[in-house]
Design a protein around this ligand. Sequence first.
Ligand SMILES: C[S@@+](CC[C@H](N)C(=O)[O-])C[C@H]1O[C@@H](n2cnc3c(N)ncnc32)[C@H](O)[C@@H]1O
Length: 360
Amino acid sequence: MSELFRIDDSRMPLRLGSALRVPSYAYPNWGIPLGAYRIESDTTYTSEWREGSPRQMQYVIDAVLEAGFGNNSQILRDSCARVVAQEVRTLSENPAIRGRINCMDIGAGVSTINIFDAIDDNYKGRVFFTLVEPSEKRAEDAASKLSEKGLNRGKDYKVIVAPDQHLLALVKPESQDIVSYVATLHHHSYIDTPVKTVYVTMKKGRRMLVVSDWHNPEWEHPNRVYKALKEDFDAEEFNWETKEQDLKAFAEAYPKALEKAPELSPLDHASYMQIRKFWQGYARVRKKAIKAGEFDENDDILMLEAHIPVERQNDILRKAGFTLYPRFHEDSNRKDTVKDNPEQLLVDSRLLMTTVAYKQ
Ligand SMILES: C[S@@+](CC[C@H](N)C(=O)[O-])C[C@H]1O[C@@H](n2cnc3c(N)ncnc32)[C@H](O)[C@@H]1O
């Protein structure tokens, strides 16, 4: 293995990356000691996302569409934008809250623009945005869109090119009113560090964290990944001549691959099957781009990920100090907009969820 806990994935229809990228609580299933490799696991994510261009995000959307879903990326963004816009209204209308409302979007991008657009025109001027994003290209792309909409850099928004785990060196403690994460918090095996970091950056007094993210249980157990590799990637379609050898190498590196994984609830099973479809879709998009000579390795995304079922995530939020109510009002002026918390965004699975948490 050239990288820790990584098999040779160079001949596969998609790159797996290191098993250090799976959720930290599942490490023992992958032969990794519980609690180990905290720093190393973050490195495996930072190198994946730092160099990527806006095309890297486009590949995610293309893969989602290829898999036959609606635009899941946009469903997450729209959900988050609605919740943040409502919270901006609530804070703006509170006479005890004066001055700018500081909104920080972590993993900034189209989500930040969607948040800005969703905010009522009467309150747009109240907000100061902080865009946090490790890819300079993507951060600047979002910044230039905000400038095109008339916002002034420095006066109405600022850009921080860094990953969230470094935020305390760059953002004042107790400075943020609203923090949002769209499809980004899952970029850590250990999410307790970023979640605690974000908690410190937020003001006290019922300030809101919104997390709209992908959730699924595939990465908890190597058998779930093994089955996906075996069943979803036809050797002929993907020109995967070494399929048998590669699967053997996978099972040797992660012996639990050949054991049965624990049963899943029907909704989690549905999310598992849907994320499998996503990766099959991505492999098709990737193959097409390679064939057309357009594929830049820096835009590649790696299969092993730290998506976790939403209850796991929310336990970690609670441990960091956040309060989660079982329901939230999406629009305080309308009685019909009470949502479950976390809110399930697809009818048939728990793949896409929005969670609202407060720092009291
Ligand atoms: C799937 S994209 C979502 C982007 C944006 N929120 C949107 O919905 O348009 C995930 C983003 O998270 C960023 N990212 C990855 N690791 C991060 C980290 N540790 N801190 C902050 N952002 C990170 C990536 O660079 C990428 O832009």
